[in-house]
Write a protein that binds this ligand. Structure first.
Ligand SMILES: [Zn+2]
Length: 337
């Protein structure tokens, strides 16, 4: 028993003796390991955090790119919608012959189409250009307007006679009469000059022209028998076959005239005085009978401004005369037999 006790005692002592040594070893080995692991962990976590940060940054940038792409697409779509709207609604800058904004989209489209054709029509018929005398006919469509008196003054100043294809307008009695009294040809164009109305049917055209004929007869005593179709006989806007209308005019002994030289003053926006002058003077030489298209409608001021120089140059040309259109004038017609 004593020995056992001693042994136990020895063991306890040994344990007690060993314990601090173990602790020291533990501390010596484990603590640096733990510290190292902690440092390594911290480094790993730091690297991970930096990586995540980078990824988040990348994601954010991707988000920004996506958002801006979406914004650009949305803007494009709204632009497209806007342009669709402006196409389907009435054009903003189309004016009628009085210079008033046209609210009817169909009529506005017809005006733009007809004006473009009037300005760009190319005469394709062969023309004998061998005559000794060149005849030039200045013609003015869509009046009277405030510009008509200015044009009449210029024509008087040079002693030149011209042709006026007029529309029906109240308040211009003096101008209709002055055209006749000054020796010019008073010719018919259309009473309303509304394409969608006059070219709806043969009857509609007849009614419009008869109204204009009677209106002019009452004002001036002239029995007008010369006409120009609005947009010309080659227009692409009529809902009636133009030959039906031509047959009607032939039956009524009314002569229709188109043009072979365009001053280019039909379309809205206005050509410059220099351009109008060039369009006329560069092209009349091609014809023995040059019928020149101008407009004395409201707002066509550059036409008036171009006129003196045009007349002067024609008068200075050899073997050239300026005349008003009559029944005997060589028919200049886009559509003819
Ligand atoms: Zn016209």
């Amino acid at each position: 028993m004593e020995l056992e006790d001693h042994n136990e005692e020895t063991e306890d002592r040994a344990v007690e003796f060993l314990k601090p040594a173990k602790r020291e070893r533990f501390i010596e080995i484990v603590v640096p390991m733990l510290t190292l692991m902690t440092i390594v962990n911290c480094v790993i976590i730091l690297v991970l955090v930096m990586n995540i940060g980078r990824k988040v940054n990348g994601l954010e940038q991707q988000m920004i790119v996506l958002q801006s792409n979406a914004a650009i697409n949305a803007a494009r779509m709204s632009e497209a919608e806007d342009s669709d709207l402006s196409e389907s609604s009435e054009p903003v800058d189309v004016a009628d012959i009085d210079g008033n904004h046209v609210t009817d989209a169909t009529e506005a489209a017809d005006i733009v189409e007809a004006a473009a054709l009037e300005d760009t029509h190319k005469w394709t018929d062969r023309e004998d250009n061998s005559a000794d005398i060149r005849r030039v006919y200045l013609t003015f469509d869509d009046g009277p307007s405030a510009n008509t008196d200015r044009i009449l003054d210029i024509l008087n100043q040079y002693g030149v006679k011209a042709t006026f294809f007029v529309v029906g307008k109240e308040g211009y009695t003096e101008q209709y009469r002055r055209i006749v009294e000054d020796g010019h040809t008073l010719a018919m164009h259309s009473y309303t000059h509304k394409y969608s109305e006059i070219y709806a049917s043969l009857d509609a055209y007849k009614e419009d022209l008869t109204k204009l004929h009677n209106f002019l007869y009452e004002l001036t005593g002239e029995d007008c028998n010369i006409v120009r179709f609005p947009g010309g006989s080659s227009n692409t806007i009529s809902h009636v076959d133009m030959w039906e209308l031509i047959d009607y005019l032939n039956r009524e002994n009314i002569a229709y005239f188109d043009w072979n030289v365009s001053s280019g003053d039909a379309a809205g926006g206005g050509k410059s005085t220099a351009q109008i002058k060039k369009n006329v003077l560069d092209n009349i030489d091609q014809f023995n009978n040059a019928v020149v298209l101008f407009h004395d409608a409201a707002g066509k001021d550059s036409t008036v401004d171009a006129l003196p120089a045009i007349i002067e140059e024609i008068l200075e040309s050899d073997n050239t005369v300026l005349l008003p259109i009559t029944e005997d004038t060589v028919r200049v017609q886009h559509l003819h037999e």
